[in-house]
Ligand binder design. Structure first.
Ligand SMILES: Nc1ncnc2c1ncn2[C@@H]1O[C@H](COP(=O)(O)OP(=O)(O)O)[C@@H](O)[C@H]1O
Ligand SMILES: [Mg+2]
Length: 365
């Protein structure tokens, strides 16, 4: 099988690496060759808006998938629908925070209160309806907390508006969450569905810093599975999909979805029977899905801004490093590590110790 991957970032790279043992050959499309994906597989260079390049990619592979969901609709429309997995509709919905939340609501999945904001007057109305604190976000193209302003008090409204005006916006109620969790589900071409254990995610400044899995709450696991199952079924989805939730007073509020492999599932490379990357490929290639159980308590730490020293860390038992081959830049995800431990207590103790060590070495954590 040949799989075309639109976007050659770290997600594409890890997809390609998971594909080789199965005999699945990758072919990337991205703007430049020196990308995390381009370093490990062949690449067509071109803009995502250049549909001729996307068509060329589709012609040279069996299936087209994505490591980035913001491929322009005009490009998606040029691709043969039967080769595109997940489908263009899943991408288009997830490109817009409002249509995403509208889908969740239509499927009975609770979300924070939200209102569309296209003008200063809309913003006043939205604040009156939702109250403060609230989060003003661009509807499109936000990631790692970019394109967001937290409005804590009335005096924050004008600066928030000035920061983001000019884009279609959405105002969301600020959720005083107890924790954030995500659920990764995968659906095959035959409609078979599998779920990974819930993952607990810790963000600072809007960027995922570390995750722990499994998050052991049978009730929340069941509830999250019910929600994700509805989304997968409604979209007749094929591949891996991640849903991010806020946990508030034992309830789940859906924040956003990603129609692709997800940072909160990186622990599955070493920590689950089958990684999210392999399962995404199995699903889109029409193979059987692999088991999704965790091998034990796991944690994942993102390396943001700079990579820690390998020397002095590699002796740790069951610690695994992933370097994405990117040049360092503040706020940039450069790699991650996964940690497996015999018990949740020892996992948490090692996580605390490693976070402290990496911070001492200058990691942004
Ligand atoms: N409505 C909200 N209430 C509280 N925290 C929020 C809210 N929206 C976002 N955040 C925080 O910011 C992080 C990033 O926001 P998110 O909507 O997931 O955007 P993205 O991941 O696309 O940048 C969230 O994981 C959460 O920690
Ligand atoms: Mg997010």
């Amino acid at each position: 099988m040949k799989v075309g991957i639109i976007g050659a970032g770290q997600l594409g790279r890890m997809l390609a690496l998971a594909g080789y043992p199965l005999g699945i050959e990758p072919l990337f499309l991205d703007r430049t060759a020196d990308t995390p994906g381009g370093q490990v597989g062949p690449i067509i260079t071109g803009d995502f808006a250049d549909s001729a390049k996307a068509i060329e990619l589709a012609e040279r592979v069996d299936i087209v998938t994505f490591d980035w969901e913001n491929v322009p609709s005009a490009t998606l429309a040029q691709l043969p629908a039967h080769k595109v997995r997940p489908c263009a509709r899943a991408l288009e919905i997830s490109q817009d925070r409002v249509s995403e939340k509208a889908l969740f609501r239509a499927l009975g999945i609770p979300t924070p209160d939200f209102a569309e904001v296209d003008s200063r007057a809309d913003l006043e109305r939205a604040v009156a309806a939702i109250g403060l604190p609230a989060v003003l976000k661009t509807r499109r193209l936000g990631y790692d907390g970019k394109g967001q302003a937290v409005l804590r008090k009335a005096a924050d409204i004008e600066p928030g508006w000035r920061k983001l005006a000019g884009n279609p916006l959405v105002l969301e109620a600020f959720v005083p969450f107890e924790r954030e969790v995500s659920l990764i589900g995968v659906r095959g071409t035959d409609g078979a569905i599998a779920f990974y254990p819930l993952t607990e995610n810790v963000h600072t400044g809007g960027i995922l810093r570390y995750s722990r899995a499994p998050y052991r709450s049978p009730a929340l696991q069941r509830l999250a599975e019910r929600h994700v199952r509805r989304v997968l079924g409604n979209l007749e989805y094929v591949g891996v999909l991640a849903l991010e939730f806020f946990v508030v007073r034992g309830r789940l509020l859906a924040n956003e979805m990603a129609p692709r492999v997800h940072n909160s599932g990186h622990w599955t490379i070493e920590g689950a029977a089958t990684s999210q990357f392999e399962n995404h490929l199995r699903a889109i290639c029409g193979f059987e899905l692999g088991a999704t159980r965790a091998r034990g308590p796991c944690a994942m730490i993102n390396f943001i801004g700079n990579l820690p020293q390998l020397a002095g860390a590699l002796h740790e038992p069951d610690l695994h490093f992933h370097d994405y081959g990117k040049s360092p830049r503040p706020g940039r995800k450069l790699g991650h590590c996964t940690l497996l431990a015999p018990s949740a207590t020892s996992r948490d103790a090692r996580l605390t110790r490693l976070l402290r060590k990496f911070r001492r070495e200058g990691a942004e954590l």
